[in-house]
Design a protein around this ligand. Structure first.
Ligand code: NAG
Length: 321
């Protein structure tokens, strides 16, 4: 029998379970370099929301890397009206690795989006990420992988300040402002000024790429948990969101990590399922193979836009009460 107290407890646990954002990362272009328009983003968001077998709550959040629409200097990205049309929440991205002029265009696009879409936009914003792996790109590993240019920690901190000034007094003023980087950047004491500047830290973690460690699929859960735990320990109690993680369905072997549907599913079950519903998570990724399949490929769907995943996404968890 459900008493009033029981109902309240049930309602509380239910809303807690769905409180975390759950979604994917979305680029502003296709693999051909063709830019995405509103209809493209809408089709992707709808297909992701309809994913067959998705865990409770579904995938209705989108992390973006840039606020600028492809093919424009500083127009707001059409993922924003697509999100409004499909009730998709947004982790906005401000690109910070291309110098001050490009950053100024990002700020202008943000201002225009606020002016154009107001609170229907602001109500969907889970957070704003100022930068993506910019500190990793200036680290020795980033330089070795020719990922440069990135941005210095003082630059990222200054950009965060400018974003806060831009949203102050607007419908977006309540949006938590953070930064996304690799766990190796978060634990690097030289980047403390960025930790001090953020409301939350986003971590991108890929045991698949950690080829200096034993990174066979059987060790991936432990490697992910180490990266996540080290980031949490480094950021002094600020929330840590998982902004990118995943395992390739196809492509080259890196160290001991072998891409396959089976291993991608193992990673999903062991790393994804415990995160979903509990920690804000934007998986990498929904689709990265339109029209051409990259090597490695991380998409849970292939070249064609569909809600039928390449492997079983159900988490098989019995929701506890
Ligand atoms: C630590 O961070 C600083 C500033 O971002 C960077 O210059 C340096 O290369 C980083 N060191 C390592 C080992 O990543």
């Amino acid at each position: 029998m459900l008493t009033t107290t029981g109902l309240v407890a049930l309602a509380t646990s239910f809303s807690t379970a769905l409180a975390a954002s759950q979604g994917f990362n979305y680029g502003s272009t296709f693999t051909s370099g063709a830019v995405k328009f509103q209809s493209d983003f809408e089709a992707e968001f709808k297909a992701a929301q309809g994913l067959i077998g998705a865990p409770a709550g579904g995938f209705n959040s989108a992390r973006l890397y840039t606020t600028v629409q492809g093919g424009t200097a500083n127009g707001p990205i059409s993922a924003i009206p697509a999100a409004i049309a499909t009730k998709t929440t947004l982790l906005l991205g401000i690109w910070c690795s291309a110098g001050d002029a490009v950053f100024a265009n990002e700020l202008q696009a943000l201002k225009s989006a606020i002016a154009q879409y107001g609170s229907s936009f602001a109500d969907l914003v889970v957070g704003i990420s100022v930068g993506s792996e910019d500190l990793y790109r200036i680290s020795p590993t980033g330089l070795l992988n020719k990922e440069n240019p990135g941005a210095e920690p003082a630059t990222v901190a200054n950009y965060i300040k400018q974003v806060r000034e831009t949203i102050a007094g607007t419908p977006l003023s309540g949006a938590p402002v953070g930064h996304v980087d690799t766990w190796t950047a978060w634990v690097n004491g030289s980047n403390q000024v960025v930790i001090d500047a953020v409301d939350w830290a986003g971590v991108d973690a890929y045991p698949y790429f950690q080829n200096t460690q034993a990174n066979a699929i059987g060790n991936n859960k432990a490697l992910f948990n180490d990266a996540f735990g080290a980031t949490k320990a480094a950021v002094g109690g600020k929330p840590v969101w998982v902004t990118e993680t995943g395992f390739p369905v196809s492509g080259k072997t890196v160290g001991e990590a072998v891409p396959s549907l089976e291993n991608a599913k193992t990673y999903w079950d062991e790393v994804g399922c415990p995160l979903f519903g509990a920690t804000n998570t934007w998986w990498y990724t929904f689709q990265d193979a339109a029209p051409d399949t990259p090597n490695p490929s991380f998409g849970v769907i292939g070249n064609a836009l569909t809600s039928t995943p390449l492997f079983d996404l159900s988490c098989g968890k019995v929701e506890s009460e």
